[in-house]
Ligand binder design. Sequence first.
Ligand SMILES: NC(=O)c1ccc[n+]([C@@H]2O[C@H](COP(=O)([O-])OP(=O)(O)OC[C@H]3O[C@@H](n4cnc5c(N)ncnc54)[C@H](OP(=O)(O)O)[C@@H]3O)[C@@H](O)[C@H]2O)c1
Length: 296
Amino acid sequence: MKIAVTGKSGQIVTALRERGMAAGHDVIALGRPELDLADPASIAHALEVAAPDMIVSAAAYTAVDRAEQERSLAFAVNGTGAGAVARAAKALGVPLVHLSTDYVFDGRLARPYLETDTTAPTGAYGASKLAGEQAVLTEYGDNSAVLRVAWVYSPFGSNFVKTMLRLAGDRNEVSVVADQIGNPTSAMDISNGILIVSENLAKRDDAALRGVFHMTASGEASWAGFARAIFATSAAQGGHSARVKSIATSDYPTEAIRPANSRLDCSLIKRVHGVALPDWRASLEAVVGRLQSTFV
Ligand SMILES: NC(=O)c1ccc[n+]([C@@H]2O[C@H](COP(=O)([O-])OP(=O)(O)OC[C@H]3O[C@@H](n4cnc5c(N)ncnc54)[C@H](OP(=O)(O)O)[C@@H]3O)[C@@H](O)[C@H]2O)c1
């Protein structure tokens, strides 16, 4: 399959190029300047020139805290831009996989979120991503799958695992929030899931394969628990490690409010698409291993 993915150097676009090529697909990354999500005309043109069999909408404005100050840019990229990608996919008549986030929820529920639970973003980033979901479903709900992912880590781009390993290089103790829980998910595993969903959409018209799905790794952690696992894995590989001091969200104020409970229930995508991502601990070792040479 010829897959066009939006973005150039992001975590998921880079992982999808790697996993897609390994699975025998032709994966073309389209990003700025030729495809700028803030410029709808560039989106239609770049996708038309690429002429893919499948489009994966992975690029986004992802600066969660900065979005509080740059709300209109976040909505232009994540809302209007996502809608323009969906319109282009519809014009080309190819299926669309669109990535969204756990931050569409407010985190007040005491159990993992289902796709049918009420959305209530706590910040501008989550609200802009929710606007993007709605634009995709309005423009092209009959041939798209919106995949909500969460707590993404990988050897690429910026992410929590890289931040922790960098900090462990120059300090003995790191303070990490312990009262937010979620499902840390490897971008490599997300890419494998995207490929399965893409193949299903390409092969079958079934309406049940379209719509909103939660797709994270199994197993849950707090950020502090995740940090401890990162350091234990790194130490076992002979890399840097640090002690983790658990702190409360209120001890680490940020511009954007984050959900305390980010856990997503992924039974629907397992039942409908046959996608079940591995436990996050199983994938952490490979990512930390790939990063060790960067943090010597
Ligand atoms: N990271 C997470 O923990 C997380 C959690 C939940 C959901 N998600 C969602 O998963 C998807 C992928 O996230 P990620 O972690 O791979 O993001 P990322 O590493 O921050 O990469 C973002 C990508 O978007 C591109 N981009 C930003 N603004 C753009 C614009 N105006 N036009 C074109 N491209 C633009 C960037 O371009 P350059 O290559 O030019 O920098 C980059 O390739 C996003 O939809 C995100 O909302 C992420």
